[in-house]
Design a protein around this ligand. Structure first.
Ligand code: ZN
Length: 196
């Protein structure tokens, strides 16, 4: 039985000073690095996802609010545009050299890492297939933001048949009400809410 950790969207635009900053994002980046330094060897696979959108005027299927105020529920300010500093991993996040990188949201609204493309040595693949091919049965999910992309990634991992934990102290959220709802959804789906 092998485990993987999925580090969700720990990118500059989601941390303090970014286009769509989550309070506590930079601290989460540092704590994830500590976990990987101390216990990273326990994971057969380390995965990191990046929100990876097309630049305006592409709205990425309505994900970017360009001519209106974003509602911060389904529409958002421009963020994580491909090849920009905002889309880069936060500098406090240090990933092992053999990390599997997943990009998502290329012209689309993707919230879950399982909707993205895993950039494996053997070529682009779906994340669930890659994890299964490496014998992974259990997945820990950490990163940003608890109430959106962490939620969606953990629910999809569960739906794909993995045993899933969200390590809540290694996540940070956009807003309190949506976080309460997200944690309820996760628990109902059989995702364990744990601490690192
Ligand atoms: Zn996005």
């Amino acid at each position: 039985m092998s485990s993987a950790i999925i580090v969700v969207d720990v990118q500059n635009d989601f941390c303090e000073g970014g286009a769509l900053a989550v309070a506590g994002g930079a601290a989460v980046a540092g704590r994830i690095t500590e976990l990987l330094d101390e216990r990273g060897d326990a994971y057969a696979v380390v995965v990191a996802t990046q929100d990876w959108h097309r630049p305006p005027p592409d709205t990425n299927a309505g994900h970017f609010a360009l001519d209106e105020e974003p509602d911060y529920v389904t529409t958002w300010p421009v963020h994580c545009v491909q090849e920009t500093a905002g889309a880069a991993y936060h500098p406090a996040l240090r990933l092992p050299g053999d990390t599997v990188h997943v990009v998502k949201g290329d012209g689309r609204q993707d919230y879950s890492g399982f909707e993205g493309t895993a950039l494996a040595d053997s070529g682009p693949t779906a994340l669930a297939e890659l994890l299964r091919a490496r014998g992974v049965t259990q997945v820990d999910v950490v990163g940003l933001a608890t109430d959106h992309c962490v939620r969606a990634t953990a629910l999809d991992a569960r739906g794909a048949g993995f045993d899933v934990r969200v390590l809540t102290d290694l996540t940070a959220a956009v807003a309190a009400p949506t976080t309460v709802a997200a944690l309820t959804d996760l628990a109902r789906a059989g995702v364990a809410l744990d601490r690192s």
